[in-house]
Design a protein around this ligand. Structure first.
Ligand SMILES: [Zn+2]
Length: 210
């Protein structure tokens, strides 16, 4: 599958999720017709899987990628960590998905109301938060320069921009820290996008990361 077709799968699934017309109990076979409930999808996937995309997303309980994109078993390769940061184990896992499983699309997805990003914004330089210290340090590395260069932004407006800045930074981290991912992007086999999920509307917006 080409990256753009994979992106269209995500867009279509998110539209179903937003409108309440979810179909994830139905396996969308190539003919688009054959209904397959989850228990039968499970049986069909014992020895195979071909996920259409990797999602590096936040662990927040309100942001489960399979539900947001209305996809069934075997359709999404998901990496979740607080604040959707790209540390070494996340980079390796995404690399595995694109190199071994030939997944054509990587989406780094932040979300509105992200507690990890909010903590990073409110933690002064040099301080460690009580929890999520490594995650917050990674987010601060992305958002602190942005915060410093946009002194007029604050409150909700700053938080929303910081979510995007953090997702873009993690996506760039994947390209910086994995020559394999970067090489596949350079040849057009893989596309890496940032995204932001809105807790209120359920809508996912995408953005380029270069
Ligand atoms: Zn979050």
């Amino acid at each position: 599958m080409k990256p753009d077709k994979a992106l269209e799968c995500l867009r279509a699934g998110n539209r179903r999720f937003v409108s309440g017309e979810t179909t994830s109990v139905i396996n969308r076979t190539p003919d688009g017709e054959t209904p397959l409930p989850l228990h039968r999808q499970r049986a069909a996937l014992v020895n195979t899987q071909s996920p259409v995309a990797v999602v590096l997303g936040c662990s927040d309980s309100r942001v489960p990628p399979e539900l947001i994109f209305d996809l069934g078993l075997g359709e999404l390769f998901v990496v979740r960590v607080a604040g959707n940061v790209a540390g070494p184990t996340q980079v390796e896992t995404v690399e595995f998905a694109v190199a071994v499983m030939k997944v054509p699309l990587v989406v780094v997805m932040g979300h509105s109301g992200c507690v990890a990003v909010g903590t990073a914004l409110s933690t002064p330089d040099g301080d460690d938060p009580a929890v999520l210290a490594t995650v917050v340090a990674a987010i601060r590395a992305e958002v602190a320069p942005f915060q410093a260069s946009h002194p007029g932004l604050e409150g909700e407006a700053l938080a929303r921009r910081a979510v995007q800045v953090n997702a873009r930074g993690a996506a760039r981290g994947l390209l910086r820290d994995s020559a394999d991912i970067a090489g596949r992007v350079a040849t057009g086999r893989v596309r890496v996008l940032g995204a932001e999920y809105d807790l209120e509307t359920g809508v996912v917006e995408y953005f380029d990361v270069d």
